[in-house]
Design a protein around this ligand. Structure first.
Ligand code: M6R
Length: 608
């Protein structure tokens, strides 16, 4: 949710920290701050409410230093104020700490420290760390951090500096990601590689319980008790250009239009043409083990859950395996029954979503085999799962997930093909499926060509206060996804429903002012969905239909329509979601919203 960046080395750290924070802004963006060991002596901490631009404006151009830390915040404990922004300091002003996560026992810790005379400046849980580290400090920052963290319950990714040990950053993680960037005579620490990829591609992903000490020329990693840990250095596989806007107005637009390529990347090398099946090496399962799977359960949140719902539908219809997708925030606090022949998937773009991570851990404790479908390489869920598949959609910066969704779908299509071919699907049917999947990127590109029509529709409808999104069968999760997209970036109230359900309640919402967006491709449920369209029309509701080509029957009922190319009916979700993404995007633009960083949201939700 929040972002951390740190630098020690020969360069001036101030611009490096500010640029790094700018790259992390998508993770949390209500306030930000930096702490710099200034050349002139004191530790300078500057914090501002608002975007990084506000912080940048507050930082004097003369501020120079060779070691510093920075933070972009998404408030949990304490309101959005300059004081509550990070870094937090101890009373001597020598220590500065930035923290991602939540200190659950900060109440009793704070009370104890206050009894010892400590005065707190902020309302945050994080400030407790600065005072606790000061309490234990005896001349070695690593020891003080280790001792302080032993008192803490909760989750953290932290970076700490101390004026008495200039040029040193100590970091530690437990439940909140942290990565070390190894440069040439310089070192970086960040919560996300996006902050440092322009400086180095050599990184070390820290695991929970690890503590790192950085100087310009060296690093050492230990556990919290200071036992040394050997870690491998990984290379980031993507370039800085991938996190630039490349001429698009914003990241969301770029990511929507990138989908033909991101889907192709996901599928690359994963289709076995000769045997008309899927190839997914990272599952870490033999064919025999896969054959023994009797049920698939998918856990995820938000957009990833919608992809999981499509995946479950597909697995059931194509591979004839009972499958379901559940919200990780729900499963986490249930007492789920884990059966030995059930295979679980944790689906997540970020690989850090707390609900999904904790649900996965609970399932694993009960003996489940949980595979990950993750986009972020080296993320916690990717590393803790029993195997899995990277989506390779590339970095997704906009808070509203788009290309990650279609890449998650692509993984499910390959997996369903693999499972189906081991069961009932013939070679010829498999070949047809492979051909359709290979052609899907081009069809997505064709769908994107409807951009101008969709923008015009957004201009016509953006003033509506409420929207209904309807779809049936495999299109039902797409309707949910369309409603989520519209809500999160335009703040227009939207409900996603299974089209057949409207007569059980939501049809009461239909009137002249409430448009309904219906997904009605040429599939075997089209007639049923047409009936639902008529029901809406009969009650005066304006209808925008997403349909296959120039569907005259649809056109006769709908007020407006968005044509998409024809595909085999199981493949429509790849196409039908695209107009919904674009429609939400253009509505948000019309309303002057901050598309990439909508209010109250953060890219990856690492807290409950
Ligand atoms: O990183 P994850 O896929 O685990 O994130 C799950 C949700 O938080 C995420 O999909 C969220 O709903 C997006 N903002 C949707 O656009």
């Amino acid at each position: 949710m929040c972002g951390i960046v740190g630098y020690c080395g020969p360069k001036n750290c101030t611009p490096i920290l500010l640029d790094g924070l700018k790259r992390l802004e998508y993770r949390g963006y209500d306030s930000a701050g930096i702490g710099v060991e200034s050349e002139k002596g004191p530790l300078v901490v500057i914090k501002r409410v608002g975007k990084i631009a506000q912080l940048r404006a507050a930082v004097p151009p003369t501020l120079q230093g060779h070691c510093g830390i920075g933070h972009t915040r998404w408030a949990t404990h304490g309101g959005v104020t300059d004081t509550n922004a990070h870094p937090h300091q101890d009373m001597s002003g020598k220590i500065a700490v930035v923290h991602n996560g939540i200190i659950e026992n900060y109440g009793p810790l704070k009370k104890k420290l206050e009894q010892e005379g400590v005065r707190f400046a902020s309302e945050t849980d994080s400030e407790v760390l600065a005072h606790l580290i000061a309490h234990y400090y005896r001349g070695k920052l690593e020891d003080a951090v280790g001792n302080a963290l032993r008192q803490v319950k909760g989750t953290y990714g932290i970076a700490v500096i101390h004026l008495d040990e200039p040029g040193k950053i100590v970091g530690a993680r437990c439940g909140s990601p942290l990565v070390v960037g190894v440069g040439d005579g310089e070192m970086f620490l960040a919560s996300d590689v996006a902050a440092i990829v322009s400086h180095t591609k050599q990184v070390i992903y820290l695991s929970d319980g690890e503590l790192v000490s950085l100087s310009a020329s060296d690093y050492s990693i230990t556990d919290i008790d200071h036992n040394p840990i050997e870690k491998s250095v990984d290379e980031i596989q993507w370039d800085i250009e991938e996190i630039e806007k490349e001429g698009f107005f914003c990241y969301m637009e770029k990511e929507i239009f990138e989908q033909p390529d991101s889907i192709a990347r996901t599928l690359s090398g994963r289709l076995d043409i000769e045997y008309a099946t899927g190839k997914l090496g990272g599952l870490n399962m033999t064919s025999r083990e896969l054959l023994a799977v009797r049920r698939v359960k998918i856990i995820a949140a938000g957009t990833s859950w919608h992809a999981g719902l499509v995946g479950a539908y597909l697995l059931e219809s194509l591979a004839r395996i009972p499958a379901s997708a559940e919200l990780s925030s729900e499963i986490r606090y249930r007492n789920p029954v884990v059966e030995p022949d059930t295979l679980y998937f944790a689906v997540t773009q970020s690989g850090e979503t707390a609900d999904t991570l904790y649900a996965m851990r609970e399932l694993k404790r009960k003996g489940a085999r949980v595979l990950g479908i993750c986009n972020v390489v080296g993320s916690t869920i990717a590393r803790e799962s029993d195997g899995g598949v990277y989506t390779h959609a590339g970095p997704e910066i906009a808070v509203a997930s788009t290309k990650a969704f279609t890449s998650q779908l692509a993984v499910f299509y390959v997996f369903a093909l693999l499972m189906a071919r081991m069961r009932d699907l013939s070679f010829i049917q498999g070949q047809r499926f492979v051909e359709e999947l290979q052609g899907i990127s081009a069809k997505v590109r064709e769908t994107l060509a409807q951009r101008d029509r969709i923008q015009n529709l957004a201009k016509k409808y953006y003033r509506a206060r409420d929207f209904l999104f309807l779809g049936r069968g495999i299109e039902y999760p797409v309707a949910l996804e369309g409603a989520l997209k519209l809500k999160e970036i335009s703040y227009i109230h939207a409900e996603g429903y299974a089209a057949g359900e409207i007569k059980h309640g939501p049809i009461a919402l239909v009137n002249e002012e409430t448009p309904t967006l219906i997904i009605v491709p040429r599939d075997s449920l089209r007639e049923k969905t047409l009936s639902n369209m008529k029901e809406v029309k009969a009650r005066g509701g304006p209808i925008i239909a997403v349909c296959t080509g120039e569907d005259e029957e649809v056109k006769a009922i709908a007020d407006d329509y968005i044509p998409i190319p024809a595909v085999d009916e199981l493949f429509y979700p790849f196409l039908t979601v695209v107009p919904l993404q674009l429609f939400s995007y253009f509505c948000a633009l019309e309303l002057g919203r901050d598309v990439d960083q909508p209010r109250n949201l953060a890219k990856s939700v690492t807290v409950e």
